[in-house]
Design a protein around this ligand. Structure first.
Ligand code: UD1
Length: 435
């Protein structure tokens, strides 16, 4: 019995020893420049689009993050070659004749991989992709992706955890999406570019990443009009070519440093950020008391007074992105007054607030609403990162927490951030990562 007990303790301490963690001490004001990397949510879709034709692609400004590595593994499993060459460039070689099957081992780690379905189906007439499961912020259905592709002539059946699609050439059609889903819009766009005739997507998602994908497809020889608006018209083409393209800057990464500045105070330049992609967010944090200004290098942000609470609701673009919400919640935890946050996109996206509550935040959630009563300061505690944005939100909240905050499971943050700790540290935050 004694022996068993001893084994238990040594196993626990061994586990603690190998666990990565981020340690944050109260910090601020922040000051300096941060170079914003390429957008994860764009890079992943552009990588998927490289399945559409053979040749050598070059994608510049691709962040070195886990999700990009997973998408690279997926492309390699299809038969492609992916190599990272200096200065954030990925060289992707599509030799043609790919094996159009995305295995469960990769899809379960990254649900965005479902976007290979449309381009593979359109190119090979068949595609098999593991069904993505739910994730930490609720179920992620793909019914709109499938309905859109069916309207173009594909047929699907699912068995053994895979969805298999077949078609004998896709035919352009009018597709009305029930909701402006980012993934469904992208899947249909990439399929329609190879369909015969004209496809119209009504109620299309308008995110900047959709416009970036359209620019890429057009560079390849596609004919996509209206991306960035609710109606996208795609004229199918017979031939596409491999090209070079630079990924747009990551508005969500930029929002993370903007919110960090709001919480810790200070003055920061977000180099390369696109203020025109972040209008509603800038308006909201302006109402909270931050000063923000577009400049030729990107976005200048400053906070030299206490934040004021506001109400906000997440909406499809150009509304406030659901991915910004965890950072705004962190800001509201230390703002004066009471703010009500409504989540309209993903049902479970308040799960991480329990971690903020452990840090002394006053938050009550009810369904898709959270009521946040600001406190003067949070209190450092061990907390766990549950997903990419929730993890980053805990890191920036910790800047205004007394004592030490230990963020566990930082590998969730690595899925979407290259150098979060290094960047915050270069701005003057007292932060380090222990491996
Ligand atoms: C993408 C982003 C994610 C962002 C989200 C909303 C990537 C990798 N992820 O996710 O970071 O939070 O956009 O801006 O780019 N829905 C259905 N049926 C479908 C598709 C979606 O019901 O077939 C629902 C979803 O459950 C959700 C809503 O529509 O409630 C929006 O989802 P969608 O825009 O598709 O998000 P993703 O593309 O998964």
């Amino acid at each position: 019995m004694k022996h068993l007990c001893f084994e238990g303790i040594s196993a626990l301490s061994e586990h603690n020893w190998i666990m990565d963690r981020i340690l944050v001490q109260p910090s601020g004001p922040l000051s300096g420049d941060v170079k914003i990397k390429g957008a994860k949510n764009s890079a992943l879709k552009l990588m998927a689009a490289c399945t559409l034709t053979e040749g050598t692609f070059r994608l510049n400004n691709v962040p070195d993050i886990t999700d990009v590595r997973l998408m690279s593994e997926l492309l390699v499993s299809l038969g492609m070659t992916v190599e990272r060459i200096p200065e954030s460039t990925l060289e992707i070689i599509n030799p043609g004749n790919l094996a159009p099957e995305a295995p469960y081992e990769l899809v379960e780690k990254m649900r965005a991989s479902i976007v290979v379905l449309g381009p593979l189906l359109a190119t090979y007439g068949t595609a098999k992709v593991a069904l993505p499961g739910g994730d930490d912020f609720g179920p992620r259905p793909i019914d709109m992706h499938l309905r859109g592709l069916e309207t173009l002539g594909a047929q699907f059946h699912s068995q053994h955890g895979y969805i298999e699609g077949n078609c004998e050439g896709l035919i352009g059609a009018r597709i009305v999406l029930e909701f402006p889903s980012v993934g469904a819009t992208e899947n249909v766009m990439m399929a329609a570019v190879r369909a015969k005739g004209e496809t119209t997507i009504e109620n299309a998602a308008r995110e900047p990443e959709i416009a970036d994908l359209a620019t890429f497809l057009n560079r390849m020889g596609g004919n996509v009009l209206g991306a960035g608006t609710s109606t996208i018209v795609i004229e199918g083409v017979d031939e596409l070519v491999a090209v070079e393209h630079s990924v747009i800057p990551d508005r969500i990464e930029a929002a993370t440093y903007l919110a960090a500045t709001g919480i810790a105070g200070g003055e920061v330049n977000l180099i390369g950020a696109r203020p025109d992609h972040m209008d509603m967010l800038c308006q909201k944090v302006g109402e909270m008391g931050m000063r923000i200004s577009a400049d030729p290098n990107g976005l200048w942000v400053m906070c030299n007074k206490d934040l004021q609470s506001v109400d906000l609701a997440t909406l499809p673009y150009p509304g406030i992105a659901t991915d910004y919400k965890p950072f705004l919640v962190s800001m509201l935890t230390v703002a004066s007054g009471v703010g009500i946050v409504t989540e309209n996109l993903f049902s479970g996206r308040f799960r991480y607030v329990d971690e903020l509550i452990r840090m002394g935040a006053d938050i009550r959630t009810e369904g898709h609403h959270a009521v946040i009563r600001g406190v003067r300061r949070l209190s450092g505690a061990p907390v766990r990162a549950h997903d990419i944005r929730a993890g980053a939100a805990l890191v920036i909240a910790a800047l205004k927490a007394d004592g030490e905050t230990e963020i566990r499971d930082p590998e969730h943050i690595d899925r979407g951030y290259e150098g979060l700790v290094e960047n915050l540290s270069s701005l003057g935050a007292d932060i380090q990562r222990l491996s």
